[in-house]
Design a protein around this ligand. Sequence first.
Ligand code: SF4
Length: 357
Amino acid sequence: MMPDSPQFVPAVRAALLDWYDAHARALPWRVGPHERAAGVRPDPYRVWLSEVMLQQTTVPHATAYFLDFTRRWPTVADLAAVADGDLMAAWAGLGYYARARNLLACARAVASEHGGVFPDDEAGLLALPGVGAYTAAAVAAIAFDRPANVVDGNVERVTARLFAVETPLPAAKPELKRLAATLVRDDRPGDWAQALMDLGATVCRPKAPLCDRCPLAFGCAAFRTGDPGRYALKTKKVARPRRKGAVFVLRDGQGRVALERRPDRGLLGAMLGLPTSAWDQTGAGVEAAPVPADWRATGEVEHVFTHFALTLTVFEATGQGDFIWTDEDEAAQALPSVFRKALRPPRSSRASGAASG
Ligand code: SF4
């Protein structure tokens, strides 16, 4: 069946909701389709908490955190009362601490400004601190059965396949959102959102979609192409060319380091920097040193500029010369980061042994 058929949307919706009734994943924050049909309402706090966690990690990883959080803080008011440090400690392992801070800010806003009750529509949810468009739509649909268009990565992929969208991501995002919206109706919005998520997670998987088990194969344009795994298309990352060079850390033995003013034009133009060789494909070595000295190669630093990636071999020596001699601590603060890395290498930089020169 083609998307322009008047039967397309009703048939796709009926097929997916029937499939969800039979195959919905049992998740600790979820009210399944049969309970929901029997009138059980999801707890918005649990829906919101699970959605925030799931933006960080996979379902199996999030599940342990979700169970721990809801055991310790069964309501949004309990979570709002937790000390910042305790929340951060409980969040450890989920990454992105800014999200944990937003979580707490949102819980406190719900507790103090909304009497512990989550707003029940997208606009109200969106006004909460740290709640973005996706979370607002997901909570509105799943917790309150609002016909919100919930589009996460799984839904983007299913939509791209169902309609065989040829525009690559991320440029396709608005188109995918618009197409996903054509399938949303007032009937069972919470189940619909979760059915699409489940289909994407278990059947319409990123690699090797299981089209032979898919309830939507009859209407799926990507399936008809014979190569559904090609969708969703993604813009290929442009490989950055790599340049190499040498950078020279010359110290005077009195806490100062030799700097140069870079040429006005070009990369890092007119800024202070360490002396360097040219940066090109071949990469100069110690022969490019600005003055003769007992140069030793002490490591490498990597830096990524907009148009190329750079590997610099760091050479160090003690000596004299006509430079801008600057207190090393001051230089470490003031230099552009590529030079700062050479002066104070991050722990990940690779030592490459000593070389004479
Ligand atoms: Fe995905 Fe295949 Fe189903 Fe199309 S038929 S929605 S590609 S699993």
